[in-house]
Write a protein that binds this ligand. Structure first.
Ligand code: PEP
Ligand code: MN
Length: 347
């Protein structure tokens, strides 16, 4: 149960609500934001339901949420969340994720250098991508693989961001870097391997920027939503959920793209959904068909890896499109979007 306070509830009223709930043997946790304060009631739901909390001074409403995830659920908030990314500079435009437009983010797996990022960024922008992706802190399975350029990579991302008027998304792996990524990136990415790194989730819960939360390699949809809940519980409600493939017995693809997750998430949550066909399949030739399918299934956004020389890429070359193939994909996506009454949201 969640007790939503009136905007003008006093501290005295809040203290009284909390003290009463505790007297009944239930736990409380304060949550929400400065403008929308809430009290989570922890413990026996039936007992909580039997109490007249709604009548307490300072209470706006009481929400009975049946699902284990509360803030993320469509029951809790029936209107869809739209995440606004402000325009960058004179040449950029405001982007909304979760609205009518399908938003495409593209770029290299890893930022490998300044020139490659400028070249790839310019190409994808010309094709209509709305957001530039690129990893600076890379979560690699082997400690001997390229680990990313770190801060140098962030500097290149910033430079290309300003030059092209394009927002950026990059991964944070360590709680100690959250403030840095929050300051420099327009969207903070939590990678699949960190989906249940609860310290990291709590830390980005206090960040100002939207979070792209990737589904873990072997995580259920419910676990993904519970991870979103960790972030929302701290006050950051701007979350984009990402389906990026899960591990199955199938070996033709790197992972198995769970497209049904898109439709399930649309039924369960108001948060926007993004599909990453690159990590889901691991195969360049499958990116276009899976991207088209994802948009048809209701995804709000896509994230595609693009590289100008995939053979020499320092990570994930086999799952990167060449810029010209990305351009073809964008043409196709425009048609799929139109067919389902949406549009492709270009920069
Ligand atoms: C990535 O997007 O670069 C990445 C590492 O993805 P994931 O966390 O989904 O493996
Ligand atoms: Mn990658």
């Amino acid at each position: 149960m969640i007790v939503v306070l009136k905007k003008d509830a006093t501290q005295e009223q809040l203290d009284h609500i909390v003290a009463s709930i505790r007297e009944w043997g239930l736990g409380t946790e304060l949550s929400g934001s400065k403008t929308q304060r809430m009290v989570d009631v922890i413990g026996d739901e039936d007992l909580a339901r039997s109490k007249p909390i709604e009548a307490f001074p300072g209470v706006d409403r009481v929400l009975q949420v049946q699902k284990p995830y509360k803030r993320a659920s469509l029951e809790f908030k029936p209107e869809r969340t739209r995440i606004t990314i402000p325009a960058i500079g004179q040449s950029g435009r405001e982007i909304v994720i979760g609205g009518k437009e399908i938003i495409v983010s593209a770029g290299p797996c890893s930022v490998e250098g300044r020139k490659m990022l400028i070249d790839i960024g310019s190409a994808i922008r010309a094709s209509g991508a709305a957001i530039l992706r690129g990893g600076a802190f890379k979560p690699r399975s082997s400690p001997y693989s390229f680990q990313g350029l770190g801060m140098e990579g962030i500097r290149y991302l910033r430079e290309v961001r300003e030059k092209l008027g394009m927002p950026i998304v990059t991964e944070v792996m360590d709680t100690r870097d959250v403030d840095l990524i929050d300051e420099f990136s327009d969207i903070i990415q939590i990678g699949a391997r960190n989906m249940q790194n609860f310290s990291l989730l709590k830390a980005v819960g206090f960040a100002k920027k939207p979070v792209l939360l990737k589904r873990g390699l072997a995580s259920t949809i419910e676990e993904l939503l519970m991870s979103a809940e960790y972030i929302m519980n701290r006050g950051n409600e701007q979350i984009i959920l990402c389906e990026r493939g899960i591990r199955t017995f199938e070996r033709y693809t790197r992972n198995t793209l769970d497209l049904s997750a898109v439709a399930v998430l649309k039924n369960e949550t108001h948060l926007p959904v993004l599909v990453d066909p690159s990590h889901a399949t691991g195969r360049r030739d499958l990116i276009a068909p899976m991207s088209r399918a994802a948009v048809a299934a209701g995804a709000d956004a896509l994230m595609v890896e693009v590289h100008n020389d995939p053979k020499t890429a320092l990570s994930d070359g086999p799952q990167a499109l060449l810029p010209k193939d990305f351009d073809d994909l964008m043409q196709d996506l425009g048609k799929v979007a139109t067919a389902i009454g949406r549009t492709l949201g270009k920069q």
